[in-house]
Design a protein around this ligand. Structure first.
Ligand SMILES: NC(=O)c1ccc[n+]([C@@H]2O[C@H](COP(=O)([O-])OP(=O)(O)OC[C@H]3O[C@@H](n4cnc5c(N)ncnc54)[C@H](OP(=O)(O)O)[C@@H]3O)[C@@H](O)[C@H]2O)c1
Length: 303
């Protein structure tokens, strides 16, 4: 008989959650995933591949009634949430999941934070982080240990979603002080740190902060040039205050905050407001994170 899973991952069909499941299986852990019903296509194939490696799958949605959700968490000690979505998911959904975890007798909850320092930003600075801050406030008073894993920005989003590097125009465009250090971590390394935290029984409640690399925009640019052998024009788009004004201009023109959220993340990074003051990397020396240059070498188009 398969060992009883003590860890459940919610969001196992996602970018980060799938890597967390994979990392736990690599460490020989019995893992359960809560997966929404009706999986098809690539997501179904990916979950089947994880099942072949021993993943136990239960169907459910974090917005399900607490009693039903608690049944899916039977025997679970640690709940890892890697969900993504709007307030119905990140705030109400995760609070619902926490209530179900309490009911099921779980002891630890890792919410879907995985960001720059959400505890240093203010409400209004970044609409996606606002949701996580509001959820964190609603977790207060729980009997579970709530452990936030913070990783800075995924290196993957720095070279895509943030629109810093334009491979066609050969430009590298940044806002703010080019020498402000920034915390960057790959998805895989974030998953590895999350796995290490999930398996660390002596961990107290509270945030953990990890960075695979800490580099300024000037150093990032140099790493991209070294890794690719390409020359990219280094363009400064404006100060951090000018970036804030640009965000406000865009926000006034749209109801859709996804149109400017990449800039909100950059604002929190380039002015240092959401920079980690300390790192917890040394707690898990077995995780050997990827540097910016290694990451770019492995993923970017070469000259
Ligand atoms: N620091 C950074 O630079 C950075 C960048 C990107 C993401 N992140 C963070 O990483 C975390 C995971 O993001 P991701 O990009 O991996 O997300 P993703 O690929 O969009 O996956 C989201 C997962 O959540 C699941 N989900 C959504 N609503 C659910 C619900 N009601 N019940 C159960 N499952 C639900 C999805 O299931 P379905 O397959 O059924 O939809 C999917 O498995 C988030 O906290 C995100 O903000 C950080």
């Amino acid at each position: 008989m398969a060992p009883q899973a003590k860890i459940i991952v919610v969001g196992a069909t996602g970018l980060l959650g799938s890597q967390i499941v994979s990392g736990l299986l690599d460490r020989g852990e019995a893992v359960r995933a809560l997966v929404r019903p009706g999986l098809t296509g690539e997501k179904k194939d990916a979950i089947s591949a994880l099942q072949a490696r021993g993943l136990e799958v239960v169907e459910g949605d974090i917005t399900d009634p607490v009693d039903r959700l608690a049944e899916r968490l039977d025997g679970i000690e640690t709940v890892i949430s890697a969900v993504q979505g709007g307030p119905e998911t990140i705030e109400d959904g995760q609070v619902n999941l926490l209530r179900a975890a309490e009911k099921a007798g779980a002891t630890r909850f890792i919410p879907s934070d995985f960001a720059i320092d959400i505890f240093k930003l203010d409400i209004g600075d970044n609409f996606m982080i606002d949701m996580r801050k509001r959820a964190a406030q609603r977790f207060e008073g729980t009997s579970l240990k709530v452990i936030s894993v913070l990783n800075g920005a995924f290196l993957e989003v720095m070279t895509t979603f943030m629109q810093i590097v334009d491979w066609e125009k050969n430009t590298f465009s940044h806002w703010g002080d080019p020498d402000q250090p920034q915390d960057l971590t790959t998805v895989k390394d974030t998953a590895a740190y999350t796995v290490a935290a999930a398996l660390d029984a002596s961990l107290p409640a509270g945030p953990l902060r990890f960075a695979g690399d800490v580099v300024s925009m000037r150093q990032f640019h140099a790493a991209v040039e070294r890794a690719t052998g390409r020359k990219l024009e280094f363009k400064t788009l404006g100060t951090a205050d000018e970036l804030r004004a640009e965000i406000e201009r865009r926000a006034a023109k749209t109801e859709n905050p996804f149109e400017y959220v990449a800039l909100q993340y950059q604002w929190g990074m380039v002015n240092g407001k959401a920079k980690f003051d300390t790192l917890d990397n040394a707690r898990y020396p077995e995780v050997k994170p990827t540097s910016t240059e290694e990451f770019v070498r492995a993923t970017a188009p070469s000259a």
